[in-house]
Design a protein around this ligand. Sequence first.
Ligand SMILES: Cc1cc2nc3c(=O)[nH]c(=O)nc-3n(C[C@H](O)[C@H](O)[C@H](O)COP(=O)(O)OP(=O)(O)OC[C@H]3O[C@@H](n4cnc5c(N)ncnc54)[C@H](O)[C@@H]3O)c2cc1C
Length: 586
Amino acid sequence: MELIKTDIAIVGAGGAGLRTAIAVAESNPDLKVALISKVYPMRSHTCAAEGGAAGVIKPDDSLELHFNDTVGGGDWLTDQDVVEYFVNEAPKELLQLEHWGCPWSREPNGSVGVRPFGGMKIKRTWFAADKSGFHILHTLFQTSLKYPSIERFDEFFSIDLLTMDGRCQGVVAMEMKSGRLFQFQAKAVVLASGGAGRMFPFSTNGAIKTGDGTAMAYRAGVPTKDMEFVQYHPTGLLATGILLTEGCRGEGGVLRNKDGYRYLQDYGMGPETPLGEPVLKTMELGPRDRLSQAFWHEQQKGNTIPTPWGDSTHLDMTHLGEKHIDERLPLVRELSITYAGVDPVKEPVPIRPVVHYMMGGIHTDIDAKTPVPGLYAVGECACASLNGANRLGSNSLTELLVFGKRAAGNAVQFAREQTAEADTTALREQADKALDKVRELVQKSGGTESIAGLRSEMAKSLEEGAGIYRTEETLQKTSDTIAELRKRYPAIELHDKSNVFNTDLFQALELENMLALAQTVADGALARKESRGSHQRLDYEARDDETYLKHTLAYYQGKEAPRIDYHDVVITKSKPGVRDYSGGAK
Ligand SMILES: Cc1cc2nc3c(=O)[nH]c(=O)nc-3n(C[C@H](O)[C@H](O)[C@H](O)COP(=O)(O)OP(=O)(O)OC[C@H]3O[C@@H](n4cnc5c(N)ncnc54)[C@H](O)[C@@H]3O)c2cc1C
């Protein structure tokens, strides 16, 4: 095993990892950064983000309105100190990106343009056509290249964390092209490894989103937080689940059922905003949880369209005109034509809700700190409790930036305080355990289970039992199934026994990670006997602040089910209220 000594190891080179790396390099060029990623940075999922990033910039908007939208959107499960810090820092970070070269779309007068987004009651989403994530990631990537202290380890697969003397001291990763293992010894580690939407069968998420970092932290003793909150995006392209950005609705697209009827008006989300008004009434611009739930109700009423890929409704943009679509939504047009054979200029596009984002993740505080000293987490893998029970679209790209910078500041300070030499030999012994795990997986023969088989059972079970609507019965069944799949996992056998790009091995490791996290989703949801945000229980329809205005923590217990515990929500100025999307800004 090769040894790499660094000051700060960052796992993940998407928006969160790159922003963290840049901030470390800027604050102290002498600190060495190892940036570890299982894909080339520009292939991180951030690249796929379409719609944009929220931050107050226009005179008719205010930090208070952004705060209120985020707290209410999250059904009061947000930590309000985190939200306050976030809305304050958001415009600064988006301007910083502008200065680094991000080509934000403009108003006719040359100022930065903003578009409407679901659950934001005023226009505040900065965008770069419908390729916002691509441009943001590119801007960060090219900026990171300026700093010689950032050393990249592209196509390195992180397997486990190294913890000793009560603190995190590094990470073990495999060079994917050679199968060689590396022990990264670090004074502080930042996890920026993205979400885990790929646990579900129908998802907008890139194939890499398998929750590896979250599972690594979980195994190392850090609880996951609020994993039962899984966001369904209302407009996934039928068949593939490719995202059609909320920008489609922001630009004026409408949802219609099988009769061509705009069904959202029946679900407390009307009437629509007259064109040109800055303050938004909701209708199609309601929050994602509500829109996905409305689809489910339409399905129960028989108002959806049956197809071989599941029931669908329509996203109608035909009234927007070719010029507008080509200028604001060129990628959406391209994707719809290529993957559904439908040109949105001419016809409504078939869509259905699709798993999009994990509100939950690694438990961190406002400083991106986990309970294990020296370990930080940021971005979609983390749960700093900005998003509560339902994330508002366009808050997370900004979250990567705001908390990437903050994580960097705290990790740098922690690294500076570590003056004692690390015990390389003892750490090596721990790293060898990862080596043993890999050897065993690769060498074992006579297995009776397949990776693909277990994975599809897991995905099916999550969708059926822990989907848009849940009950005690469906959740219990899913929890039992996942527990059983975890027991069957050791019987898998890899068909590829080689060292070179052994994708069989990486998929096996990813499956182990997803199974561990799937159990936190099912068990967290089972224990939460209320409905809040994206967690909707048909057997407990009301929100229960008395008992459940709390974050769920799940602790790893090896082969056993996780131990569920709770953590207080930080409420500073907004008392829990009613989420109202029937009118304008409140
Ligand atoms: C299709 C789509 C559109 C979206 N649109 C928007 C939008 O318009 N606005 C918005 O605010 N949000 C949007 N989101 C959400 C947002 O884009 C993501 O939450 C965010 O980009 C995640 O960034 P990240 O840096 O945390 O992770 P990612 O960008 O997913 O990067 C994860 C990194 O971790 C690395 N990694 C993971 N596991 C390992 C491992 N085992 N070893 C080594 N490296 C590893 C990967 O290689 C990668 O570099 C969208 C999401 C999707 C899927």
